[in-house]
Design a binder for this molecule. Structure first.
Ligand SMILES: O=C[C@H](O)COP(=O)(O)O
Length: 271
């Protein structure tokens, strides 16, 4: 992770699309093919700005077949994984299965998992460790709800989640981690945290990781912002020093919009 892009990054930016519960396996092929064509037409350099998509579980085999067949450079991952490796856990998906399907990443602790499915920090800590056990890089999602933000407790709340979710994680794993800061009040609402808000939290997360581990680990961790990211606001957010990428929900289902987010460097305004 040593790519330099706008003079501020020393980590390869990661533009990630979380498709959530959208796109069946047939639709997933069309979406990914169009995205690959659009980026290829634009001569996108995937080594300079990494692109990953997070389709539903049922799409992953089709995505793998397309990526391998067409030699695409798009990475992909699951939207969740079990804390367990195998056994009587009906409906759950082992990290081993994701790894076998060629996944590089897995989302852990998305706010929709925390709120709708009641996943605790204890469970998420086990899921982070399960991901590394199966050679997957977890994209650990943290962030506060509206009431916490309004009370001014957003930094303490988010860092509390981070500490609990990383408890006992060895430094060599932590150094490969991706953390996504997603203020819950900005997800799917059209409300977007400003670049300064994203930077404030990402800087706090990096400082916390340096405290938990050391500066070298903190320097390697990539930090993403998520919450109503669009092509129109992505470049300003990505310009911030500690923001290394974005986790995009709704806009990742629109090929032109997502491709423009991936090509954010072309929208950067130099100081
Ligand atoms: O995982 C993505 C986030 O939940 C953001 O979703 P959104 O871009 O639709 O607000």
């Amino acid at each position: 992770m040593t790519t330099s892009t706008n003079g501020k990054f020393d980590r390869t930016p990661l533009i990630a699309g979380n498709w959530k519960m959208n796109m069946d396996h047939v639709q997933s092929i069309t979406l990914l093919q169009k995205l690959a064509w659009t980026l290829s037409d634009a001569r996108h350099d995937f080594k300079r700005v990494e692109v990953a998509v997070f389709p539903p579980f049922t799409d992953l085999r089709s995505v793998q077949t397309l990526v391998r067949g067409d030699d695409l450079e798009v990475a992909y991952g699951g939207q969740d994984l079990s804390e367990f490796d195998a056994g009587a856990y009906t409906g759950d998906i082992s990290g081993q299965f994701l790894s076998r399907l060629g996944c590089s990443y897995v989302l852990v602790g998305h706010s929709e998992r925390r709120t709708i499915h009641g996943e605790s920090d204890e469970t998420l800590n086990a899921k982070v460790k399960a991901a590394f056990r199966h050679s997957l890089i977890p994209v650990l999602c943290v962030g506060e709800g509206l009431a916490v933000r309004q009370a001014g407790n957003h930094v303490a709340h988010t860092l509390g989640q981070l500490r609990a979710d990383l408890a006992g994680l060895p430094a060599e794993d932590a150094a490969r981690l991706v953390v996504a800061y997603e203020p819950v009040w900005a997800i799917g609402t059209g409300e977007v945290a400003g670049p300064a808000d994203a930077q404030e939290m990402c800087a706090a997360i990096r400082a916390e990781i340096a405290d938990l581990y050391d500066d070298a680990v903190a320097a390697g961790v990539r930090l993403l912002y998520g919450g109503s990211v669009k092509a129109a606001n992505a470049a300003a957010i990505l310009k911030e020093r500690d923001v290394d990428g974005v986790l995009v929900g709704g806009a990742s289902l629109d090929v032109a919009e997502f491709a423009n987010i991936v090509r954010f460097e072309h929208h950067l305004v130099t100081d």
